[in-house]
Design a protein around this ligand. Sequence first.
Ligand code: ATP
Ligand code: MG
Length: 306
Amino acid sequence: MSTPLDLPGWRHVYSGKVRDLYVPDPAANADRMLVVASDRVSAFDHVLEPGIPGKGELLTTLSLWWFDQLAGADGGRSIPNHLVADHELSADDTVRELIPAEVIGRAMLVRSLQMYPIECVVRGYLTGSGWAEYQVSGTVCGIALPAGLGDGDRLPEPLYTPAYKAPMGEHDENISYERTVALVGADAAAALRDASLEIYRRAAALAERHGLILADTKFEFGADGHGTLTLADEVLTSDSSRYWDAAAWAAGTTPAERMASFDKQIVRDWLAAHWDKEGTPPPLPPEIVERTAARYRELLERLTAA
Ligand code: ATP
Ligand code: MG
């Protein structure tokens, strides 16, 4: 794992697989945090070598764009998010000025929230671990589905399939809706589910207008000081979501043709073919790194094109 940066006015407190967190130092405005996205790439819960050049900036740009859409730019109701806005700062400050020059473009100034330990996954299409489970039991995360579905098929309804966010180094674990009630209480569990499904539907509709399928995605939420459910972390990025080309999906006949992806699938597929998931993963070859970077760039271009 890379060493944290020495950022004047900020103290490093945590490094996840992809992001590094800093808090103000000295601890004025202690409820604020700097989330810095690195170029690190992870798959199967391992951080891989080398990173994907420009990825931290692309993920941040994409998250900021989606937060803005979900705040109402897409025409829907405003979903509270963790970004600190200029108008919340004292008169002579701006968010841009508070972000150290070294990380500008790949850092977000956010409110530090009480995070729910739930990865709020929504699936509109069947693939990945969902497809693997369905082949064995006809279910996804225990939810029964109609027979006869194939890899990459659209689900009759988007499914909310939460996972327990395991502590660093452990694998996230799919859990039932009832387990989320036991973990966070009935009201919060229902609010997390309803917000996740709402955001998925809005985002999928917007992606569709840009010729993209949002196959599945994962959200993280926290509660702010008033207990308001607040969308946090990254949102609808190519790390947290599967995006496919809609035209290729409609025309394709094989799963590979249908799921022309703009996300980490390129990395997952290469790794699955070259590593038995024991010990340290092998380094990614330059052409996989470059193809992944190019697809991440293309996703941002396509989504944000007028
Ligand atoms: P892990 O934390 O298990 O390593 P990860 O690999 O997903 O998981 P990253 O995404 O790299 O971690 O790091 C981001 C971390 O910051 C996550 O633990 C996420 O829950 C947390 N986080 C994001 N937004 C906020 C926020 N507004 N307040 C508090 N924590 C946040
Ligand atoms: Mg994360």
